[in-house]
Design a binder for this molecule. Structure first.
Ligand code: ATP
Ligand code: MG
Ligand code: MG
Length: 306
């Protein structure tokens, strides 16, 4: 079973303007839609589209607008079991997209969890996560400290799960220190972790010593990964990009799908690229189309990096 754990999910409200956002003017919208925000939930939504992989989305959700969140989960036919936080709302993020391109994101800090809420999550992990399960963990909510995050990771490891985290800064540091199984910093996240002009693959190598499956994603330039003692860069073909929001989550999904199916590292990375280079061809942050896979697979390039 693949569990995605989203401590601070979000409801994204995407607003397309007729023009560009202008100060002291009535900015008329052209289109508006609601989508899933909060990274690991994207992984569950995309796993459903890949099919054949048992998975469940969990985490915390606000009791007051639970129905709105569940309506989006249902749209992606997700299997979910969230811990309700009483008298709170799951955060909403407003994304304003200019007609000429470019966007503004306005977001709430989201759920504030109590010690009792955290205990419920730890109990859920102890009761449900079994050896050989995979857990994809996202960035904590307010009230969930870096220390609590470390505790959660240790608990998942005690349950003998394969632990994957798509987090940045201090949380990425903890994930590495705790020797989890998979991290996927992007270029900016790895440069934040290791400032300086050392080549990116050497920065990645510092993580590989501690995290056996570490990949660095490079946006349209693909991803860097290590097999035995050699580094490779896989580069997706040029595709028509509608939105790269959620590209990283789609990459994580493909990689984890490969782990669940026993693929080797090169094939896991290939699946990461298939999902993410398909995702960027859609506006939704968690929509892929398997019909895109054949073109991507036949046109991706792999180079050795020295
Ligand atoms: P997120 O915004 O979801 O956190 P990220 O910054 O973590 O994303 P990126 O490095 O931007 O992740 O992209 C992840 C993957 O998505 C890349 O490895 C690549 O396969 C794919 N991808 C991103 N941008 C493009 C693009 N313009 N064309 C094709 N593929 C892309
Ligand atoms: Mg990016
Ligand atoms: Mg990312």
């Amino acid at each position: 079973m693949i569990y995605t754990i989203t401590p601070n999910p979000a409801i994204d409200i995407i607003v397309y303007l007729e023009g560009d956002l202008t100060h002291e003017k009535n900015n008329i919208t052209r289109e508006k839609y609601v989508d899933l925000g909060g990274k690991p939930t994207h992984v569950s939504a995309i796993l459903e589209q890949l099919g054949d992989t048992a998975n469940k989305a969990t985490g915390f959700s606000g009791e007051l607008n639970k129905a709105e969140l569940v309506a989006i989960f249902d749209r992606y036919q997700m299997n979910h079991e969230f811990i309700d936080i009483a008298e709170q709302r799951t955060r909403e993020s407003i994304i304003v997209v200019n007609n000429s391109g470019g966007s503004y994101m306005i977001t709430e800090r989201g759920l504030k969890v109590s010690d009792n809420d955290k205990e419920k999550m730890y109990a859920y992990v102890k009761e449900n996560i079994r050896p050989d399960d995979i857990a994809v963990v996202g960035k904590p909510a307010q009230g969930f400290s870096v220390g609590d995050f470390r505790y959660l990771i240790r608990l998942l490891k005690e349950q003998k799960a394969y632990v994957a985290c798509d987090v940045a800064s201090e949380y990425l540091n903890v994930a590495i220190e705790e020797n989890i199984d998979f991290v996927k910093p992007n270029k900016h996240e790895i440069n934040d972790l290791f400032p300086g002009d050392e080549p990116v693959h050497q920065k990645l190598n510092r993580i590989c010593d501690k995290v056996p499956n570490a990949v660095c994603s490079l946006g349209s330039e693909g991803a860097l990964y290590k097999v035995e003692n050699t580094f490779y860069q896989v580069i997706p073909p040029k595709v028509e990009v509608k939105s790269d929001t959620g590209a990283g989550d789609a990459f994580v999904t493909g990689y984890i799908y490969g782990v669940a199916n026993g693929y080797d590292v090169s094939d896991r990375v290939k699946w990461g690229v298939l999902c993410s280079a398909s995702k960027v061809q859609h506006y939704s942050s968690c929509q892929i189309n398997k019909d895109n896979f054949e073109f991507i697979e036949n046109n991706l390039k792999i180079y050795e990096v020295r």
